[in-house]
Design a protein around this ligand. Structure first.
Ligand code: FAD
Length: 314
């Protein structure tokens, strides 16, 4: 870390955090990314798609959470893998590169999220990817990609799967005979039907195209972006007068690294991208959550927001 203050501090170097960090740094902002895990980018088992299973449960690559006993699953504690290290869950995931249908994105806007609609999202979907699809695979995959729905110069390398099982085509054709036409490009705003999914794999090297492999390549040209590994964020620090004034303003974060606690401040924003399980955890540790729960754990409430950490669906 070369400074104690940055324009933006991003918590988590995963799919959201890393891509956002690079885009912000491209706009000349100074950006610090704090990542609890280590740099796993050179690990072969992450790079080679067929070895993906070796990463699940690995202590350096997976937080390997377990749920509480689930009443509706015979009280089982369900295993919940979650990527750790630069690239986050994009280094651990199954590389399926899918999009929802246009009406699902449009529904977000109708729920009040202004600008979150298919048309706007499509712009960023395209910006994120470069699709490399050889015509040779068309017959085996029944894919016919719509060029207007795909990117040609983004950092994530996307391709049709090259390993296709013998049952794949008969499966698609069987459904066709039953009256369900094959969807030749499920990424164009309509993903209904049967289809061959694209994957985030570089077909030339047959390696995983993770957020790390993709965005770190862009990072090399960005001197105002720093990534600190082994830095576990413990809480968001709020400007004191803002808390007493009723509108809490984040001014930095507290994190631990090599056994010491450090503080770093942000002149513009603190952005928490610690994933679906740990983002709410950090909010709660910072005093944003259900005040009764926070009281139980001796955490002073900054914002009473009972929805934090609830309603998770996996
Ligand atoms: C096993 C598995 C298979 C999946 N398969 C697919 C698939 O095939 N296709 C698909 O589209 N999606 C898949 N997903 C989902 C997809 O990978 C995730 O939705 C996506 O990566 C989440 O991005 P994120 O930025 O929210 O979180 P993450 O990418 O998980 O990033 C969060 C980062 O924050 C860090 N962090 C957490 N707490 C702290 C802290 N306190 N301080 C500092 N850093 C912290 C973590 O170490 C991590 O690096 C899969 C996920 C898993 C786990």
């Amino acid at each position: 870390m070369t400074s104690t203050s940055y324009d933006y501090i991003i918590v988590g170097a995963g799919t959201a955090g890393l891509s956002l960090a690079v885009r912000l740094a491209q706009s000349e902002a100074s950006v610090l990314v704090l990542e609890a895990g280590v740099d796993t980018t050179a690990v072969q088992e992450i790079q080679v798609p067929g070895l993906f299973i070796k990463n699940i449960g690995h202590p350096d690559r997976d937080w390997a959470f377990f749920s509480k006993p689930q009443a509706h699953a015979n009280n089982r504690e369900v295993f919940l893998p979650r990527g750790k290290g630069i690239g986050g869950s994009s280094t651990l995931n199954f590389m399926q590169w899918n999009r929802a249908s246009s009406w699902e994105y449009d529904a977000m806007e109708s729920f009040g999220m202004e600008g979150w609609n298919w048309k706007n999202m499509l712009h960023y979907f395209k910006k994120s990817e470069i699709v490399i699809a050889s015509n040779d695979l068309q017959e085996a995959t029944m894919l016919k990609l719509d060029p207007s729905a795909h990117g040609t110069s983004g950092p994530i390398i996307v391709s049709p799967p090259t390993q296709i099982s013998d049952v794949h085509l008969p499966f698609l054709k069987g459904f066709e005979e039953l009256g369900f036409p094959v969807n030749q490009d499920s990424s164009d705003g309509d993903n209904l039907g049967t289809w061959t999914g694209l994957v985030s794999i570089d077909p030339a090297k047959v390696t995983r195209s993770s957020c790390a492999s993709a965005y770190l390549t862009v990072k090399t040209s960005l001197s105002r972006l720093e990534i600190l590994t082994g830095a576990q964020v413990m809480r968001i620090a709020f400007a004191e007068d803002s808390v007493t004034g009723g509108l809490a303003v984040a001014e930095g974060v507290e994190f631990t690294r090599d056994g010491t606690t450090q503080m770093v401040t942000a002149s513009k924003e603190v952005i928490v991208c610690a994933g679906a399980y740990q983002t709410p955890q950090i909010l709660e540790l910072s005093g944003i959550g259900d005040k009764h729960l926070l009281n139980e754990h001796g955490i002073e409430t900054v914002v009473d927001l009972p929805g934090v950490g609830r309603n998770l669906r996996t």
